[in-house]
Design a protein around this ligand. Structure first.
Ligand code: NAP
Length: 401
């Protein structure tokens, strides 16, 4: 099953209850920023963080959710103390996170990073929620399963990733056969103009300094390697009714054209806007209506030039590796994601170099012979095995440095 957004949405006039999974992250903070600007339209049901307990306390005091959940149990005492007397329930741990996703919010923002977000997203989908999907790793690891659960439960999955949100806005779901291709734009990240020799020496601080977007550390590194675009290619494949060959990637350094849909008559529709995640988040939050955002308005006369270039898969092998994993299917996308998460973490910790990230991912894919998942439970087994393999490769590489 692919996305089917025309099954009807919520009543645009009524107050929408919202749970924000990963409220302490970049997507979560932007979501709460928008909710705070339209307090009459939203009620917050649950907020969850993992380690940033002080921010979670601050958010819970401001938004008064039914419950605030901290993933890390060692932070629970502080959460409880910080919210004493507020009437906000507190909880911690994995089970509490899943319970937060199960609470009856109409809309759930899936803003947890990595595969840790898969289970809570599934819980929200299974109870038929409208899910704003920021967590692309969910679709990469378990695209078929997640989409089937969405269909089975009659849930709605709304893409929040700016590129997929752009395609969602331009895609004619009533005439999907007239769509010829999807064109995903990529900023090219901070190392777009760097040579391979220069990239070998890039530090975590340089990799997370994205030229256009202010995002969490993991996705920022993914943008620098362009693995982010590789993950998005897989995400687009699962979301939209197209084949892999119909999805193109083009580098567009200004990040103003967020993505495009090409039709059989040669027309190409694009969604444009300044790079601000609050626009796609607002589109999902208010869907099927729209809401006002404080995002800067597009001034094309001031921008003057929008440029485009073909991606370079020699300097950015992640693009080639991700496409190959999508073509291979089976366990490969899950392995790709797991190996990438491990490699990025070790790059951020200083154990491996920037170009080692793609080496680890490709090495794990080459050595992995795991069977295709036939149940959702298989996905976590594939993930764990791939992480172990990635850890070993990281150790080998770091011992040689
Ligand atoms: N940021 C963007 O502009 C953007 C754009 C498109 C798509 N996305 C996608 O959206 C997702 C979130 O990205 P982000 O940039 O917002 O990441 P982020 O800033 O790193 O935030 C991640 C959130 O997940 C929580 N978290 C981390 N590990 C967790 C775990 N094991 N269990 C439960 N919660 C956990 C974090 O809690 P603590 O901070 O409290 O530890 C935080 O709330 C990613 O999948 C990313 O690819 C992000």
């Amino acid at each position: 099953m692919k996305i089917q957004p025309d099954r009807g949405g919520a009543d645009a006039g009524k107050v929408r209850s919202v749970t924000v999974l990963g409220s302490t992250g970049s997507i979560g903070c932007n979501t709460l920023d928008l909710i705070g600007r339209s307090p009459d339209r939203f009620h917050v049901e649950a907020l969850t963080g993992n380690g940033n307990v002080e921010l979670l306390i601050e958010q819970a005091k401001a938004f008064r959710p039914g419950v605030a959940v901290i993933g890390d149990p060692t932070k629970y005492a502080r959460l409880k103390e910080g919210l004493a007397g507020t009437g906000v329930e507190t909880a911690s741990g994995r089970a509490a996170l899943l319970e937060a996703a199960a609470r009856p919010a109409e809309f759930v923002m899936a803003g947890i990073v990595g595969i840790a977000g898969l289970e809570p997203t599934l819980v929200a989908a299974r109870r038929g929620a409208i899910v704003g999907l920021a967590n692309k790793e969910c679709l990469v690891c378990a695209g078929d399963f997640l989409m089937k659960e969405v269909e089975h439960a009659g849930a709605e999955l709304l893409p929040v990733d700016s590129e997929h949100n752009a395609i969602f806005q331009c895609f004619d779901f009533h005439a999907e056969k007239t769509v010829e291709r999807l064109i995903l734009t990529a900023s090219g990240g901070p190392f777009r103009e760097r040579s391979l020799g220069e990239m070998e020496k890039m530090t975590p601080a340089q990799a997370v300094a994205h030229p256009n977007w202010d995002m969490g550390a993991k996705i920022s590194v993914d943008s620098a390697t362009m693995m982010n675009k590789g993950l998005e290619l897989i995400e687009a494949y699962y979301l939209f009714p197209v084949e892999e060959e119909q999805i193109e990637i083009i580098v567009h350094p200004q990040s103003v054209v967020h993505s495009l849909v090409g039709y059989v008559d040669g027309s190409v529709l694009a969604q444009l806007g300044p790079p601000d995640m609050r626009t796609p988040i607002a589109y999902a939050l208010a869907w099927p209506s729209r809401m006002v955002t404080p995002s800067q308005r597009l001034d094309l006369a001031q921008i003057r030039n929008l440029t485009f270039e073909a991606p370079d898969t020699t300097r950015f092998p992640a693009l080639r590796i991700a496409r190959a994993a999508l073509r291979a299917g089976g366990a490969a996308p899950t392995v790709l994601n797991a190996a990438n998460e491990v490699a990025v973490r070790h790059f951020l910790d200083g154990a491996i170099g920037f170009l080692d990230i793609a080496r680890v991912v490709e090495g794990v894919l080459d050595r992995s012979n795991q069977p295709a998942p036939s149940r959702i439970e298989d996905v976590s087994e594939i993930d764990v095995t791939a992480r172990r393999l990635a850890g070993r490769l990281v150790d080998e590489i770091s011992s040689r440095r």
